[in-house]
Design a protein around this ligand. Sequence first.
Ligand code: GLU
Length: 505
Amino acid sequence: MSERKVRVRFAPSPTGALHIGGVRTALYNYLFARQHGGDLIFRIEDTDSNRFVPGAEEYIIESFKWLGIKFDEGVSFGGNYGPYRQSERRDIYKKYVQVLLDNGKAYIAFDTPEELDAKRKEIPNFQYDASTRLSMRNSLSMSKEEVDALIAEGKQYVVRFKIEPNEDVHVNDIIRGDVVINSSILDDKVLYKSADELPTYHLANIVDDHLMEVTHVIRGEEWLPSAPLHVLLYRAFGWADTMPEFAHLPLLLKPDGNGKLSKRDGDRLGFPVFPLEWHDPKTGEVSSGYRESGYLPEAVINFLALLGWNPGNDQEIMSLDELVKLFDLHRCSKAGAKFDYEKARWFNHEYIIMKDDRELAELFMPIIKEHGIDVPMETVVTVVGMMKGRVSFVKELWDTCKFFFVAPEEYDEKTVKKRWKEDSAKCMTELADLLESLDDFSLTHQEEVVMKWIEDKGYHTGNIMNAFRLTLVGEGKGPHMFDISSVLGKEETVRRMRRAVEVLK
Ligand code: GLU
């Protein structure tokens, strides 16, 4: 058994946008598959047609493409275990439902919703199980002839799993250890419905995990209650020997308080809970996404990886490749992980700094163009290299850097009051003349010449530099002065200086 190739799956139901918790589940599956040289499968669990949302499947695929999480096989990726969309596997499930019926592990039930409701009223805490099933209308309480006749008549039915009472069922969970529940608390779950000829989640999930040779089921904590039932199903099929190992990941908790992280928390506190912007086809509602909010996919991956796991030391910045090496399913926490969106911003800031200047410039260029500005890529690369440490998002680069591309129209009043002295106009005219006379406008040469001029004239360096900054930037911020002037070039620098002198006198 231990020689089996590791095979894991991410198996979303296409019921809407993919929640960031689902992204983390997929990420952990990905890391686990990669580090074991295994396969990651992408399966679509769409047997509940009532909850199907058009566009959701495409949305999920696009999300992972953006994030750089690659699947080895599955819907849209191909592979030898397909089809990977459950709605295309009806015949397979029918066959396995029959297996359970034939070996007496499941039975046919005809109870209508009205009959079930009536029972619930009659018996407090009614549960369809060993204690009640013989008083219901099913193939255990009725004769074979009766059952066959009803089916021949076209009566709709469900197939229920026949759970034996009073047995301790053990789920051996990699993260939670030995989880034990007594089978008497389980009801005889519906596995199949004749009405739509489709299995329910439980049956399809187990059959597919088996047929797709899944070795580890890594999924969100919300599925833990289903696990004992799944264990019983594996046994009923006689597949206990190849039953996957389970790992139920901790919940993602809201940033404030203890509940589960929801979309409402995101709306309330101003952060996305979806990887990409989502347009709900039913309500028309638009929900923000990490991509559209300006997050880099590497940053999203990194901060998600740390929600429920850590490398055992205080290392925080890890690339996807490093995560593959360091990730350890056994080190995942049982306790819920608090979602910290301030931390998400911090990660983005760090990844912006690490990002190659040219790549950043390419992301920034469209924003510059939107402002109607035409500037060579080389200039943007230089500017971005200087300024990226000051922002958390590419879109913030505009406000931080716009003085490189647009001359100031006004001069910040406070800065003028503080920095524009009696002799500033005179000094700036002198400096403009000096700079205009330079043939070599390189940063180092400018600096050399200007510093010597300040010394010769006996000027105060701080005063000169502050006034110089005000003329070029319009306020008191920005990087080193000669960084700015050398990017602006001689003509623009001198032009800005002369205009400032004129306006400020
Ligand atoms: N279809 C389930 C979901 O939407 C899959 C649960 C599982 O991984 O077993 O999350």
